[in-house]
Design a protein around this ligand. Structure first.
Ligand code: COI
Length: 366
């Protein structure tokens, strides 16, 4: 680790043109998801010779990149997603950030990027939220979405791991990911495209996985669905995950089931938290293979009573119907399931400080 980073010495250059309080309030009144950004960004640069260096907070704005920067050609990029929540007393907290720091480093290993020490990850987030804390909304279900990411900045077209890299954090006020009220979403089964293959990058949070999901996502949208479901690549029957979320099943017998981590599924922080909340509720929590056949039969027989998607951005979202050209499983007008909504309320309650944080998941930022 470089000297600068050991001391976590972030230089701070404030924006000469921050948004006015009135402009900020207008944005916070209806933030949507991912459309507006705060006034600053946190940055730490890396070079093979000096390690991580030049930690700083600077005004939000375009990044100057050489046109030959490897991220632009070979997609050497990873990212994370976590949120800052405002509590009733005005304090600002985030949720299990050490999990994001660890996952960033697992993704870094897979994408041949340098690992970032956890204290530097946490400090970058703290620094950014400190300077932009007025941007953390206080409305029900609202938060400041934090997007850490790492890109290969070296100007070089040879295909090898870049020797110059930049780690950055940007922040965006967020309401409901799917917009409007929480209601069950319809999901499109991707028959022609897989998200990940054996030995691929499915377990890493890298831009390429999401780029590969966009065409099937368009297919989903063309059929009125909000997200796409990917099946395993081997026999196309085991449920893996949605375009940007993990998936859970509630059974009539009190089981809570999610696909086991197989090397091609993203290890979601919300996924892990839901597993714990399920255990806390005395549910029989299982991480195992669950097939499309079991989904279809379980819904038909009533054994599967609820299905939901989870992720940092969308928290917990009920799934009403799963469909493709040939079949429809469930119903688009199904009401949100009771267990789904109870787990959602509990999770959001812990995050927003209205439910006891019995697992020590919260981390104070400001
Ligand atoms: C998240 O929930 O943070 C995600 O990964 C979804 C996203 C890419 C918007």
């Amino acid at each position: 680790m470089s000297e600068t980073l050991t001391e976590l010495n972030f230089e701070r250059q404030l924006s000469p043109e921050p948004r006015s309080a009135a402009e900020r309030q207008e944005i916070l009144a209806d933030p949507g998801f991912g459309a507006y950004f705060t006034d600053h960004t946190a940055v730490i640069d890396y070079s093979a010779g000096s390690g991580w260096h030049t930690a700083r907070v600077e005004p939000y704005g375009p990044i100057a990149l050489d046109p030959s920067a490897s991220v632009l050609h070979y997609g050497q990029e990873i990212f994370e997603g976590l949120k800052a929540y405002r509590h009733a007393d005005g304090s600002v907290w985030t949720f299990r950030p050490e999990r994001n720091a660890a996952r960033l480093n697992r993704s870094a290993q897979r994408l041949a990027l340098p690992e970032l020490p956890e204290p530097a990850f946490l400090e970058a987030i703290k620094q950014l939220v400190d300077v932009d804390q007025e941007w953390v909304p206080s409305g029900d279900g609202e938060s400041l979405y934090l997007r850490p990411f790492m890109i290969a900045t070296e100007a070089f077209l040879g295909v090898r791991a870049a020797r110059e890299v930049s780690f950055r954090v940007i922040a965006s006020p967020a309401g409901n990911y799917f917009g409007g009220e929480i209601k069950p979403v319809s999901i499109w089964i991707s028959r022609n495209y897989a998200r990940a293959g054996r030995g691929g990058t499915g377990a890493a949070k890298c831009g390429g996985n999401y780029a590969a999901s966009l065409l099937p996502q368009l297919e989903a949208e063309a059929h009125g669905c909000k997200q796409v479901l990917f099946l395993d690549q081997d026999n196309g029957n085991a449920v893996e995950e949605l375009g940007g979320m993990n998936v859970f099943f509630v059974f009539r017998d009190g089981s809570l089931v999610t696909p086991a981590l197989s090397g091609s599924i993203l290890e979601g922080v919300t996924r892990d938290s839901v597993l714990q909340l399920g255990r806390d509720r005395g549910m029989n929590v299982q991480e195992r293979t669950i097939t499309l056949d079991e989904w279809r039969d379980g819904v038909a027989s009533g054994d599967i009573t609820e299905v939901f998607a989870c992720g940092t951005a969308a928290a917990i979202t009920p799934i009403g119907m799963l469909m493709d050209e040939t079949e429809k499983i469930g119903s688009a007008d199904a009401p949100a399931g009771e267990v789904t909504m109870a787990i959602r309320e509990e999770l959001l309650g812990i995050q927003s400080g209205t439910v006891a944080d019995r697992h020590g998941w919260l981390h104070r930022l400001a």
